[in-house]
Design a protein around this ligand. Sequence first.
Ligand SMILES: [Fe+2]
Ligand SMILES: [Fe+2]
Length: 227
Amino acid sequence: MLRSFLADVLNPIVWNLPGNAAKKFYSFSCTEYSSVHDLLLAARKTQSDSRAAKYLGHLEDEYKHTSIFLNRANKIRKDKGQSPLPHPGSEYEQLFELLGEKRFLAFVHLGEKRGCIQFSSYAKYFDKKGDSYTASIFKAVLEDEVQHMNYTYELLEEMCGSKAEAHKELARANRWEMRRRWMRSGRAITSKLFFLITISIYPLFMPYKLLYLCVPAKVQKSGWNKS
Ligand SMILES: [Fe+2]
Ligand SMILES: [Fe+2]
């Protein structure tokens, strides 16, 4: 699979860039914590008690993952004499309300599937590297993610009434996510572009500023139109 192949190829770069390992663990922690909030909302809003119980069980796992990844990020920083990062904030997108329960389940299922591919690649990479501690972190989280991936698909199929409908819902969730990513990367590029334009404008206006400074103070005060 392409995602797994890419993860395997990129691991040596991604994990060895200076400062990137702690950053990566912290970003995992933030993602896990935003899932906690989405699952809490799902448990509160669903019409089914049994699904609410499943969302709450899932939430507990994601909360555990939040701490595991945060601790790992801060351990790396501590070893380098850096200060610890704060607990992730409570930003989340209220996906359950935004997507409705079926698409929410499809979206979560796809995310868990991606997580499984990534984490198994990371576990393999750290095992090979002889870092069994970090590998064991990914293996422990992976065990939960596999279970999340499976139960979300089961619930999705149950709610859709057939495999074919469930697959259609997965395709819709996939398209929605691609659009969201596209919009996000567009926003990120726009803000970088704005920054570049802003800093490149200053040198352009420098000659005018110098010219203005050469004008006698009296003329500056009275304006250009008066003699
Ligand atoms: Fe997780
Ligand atoms: Fe998960």
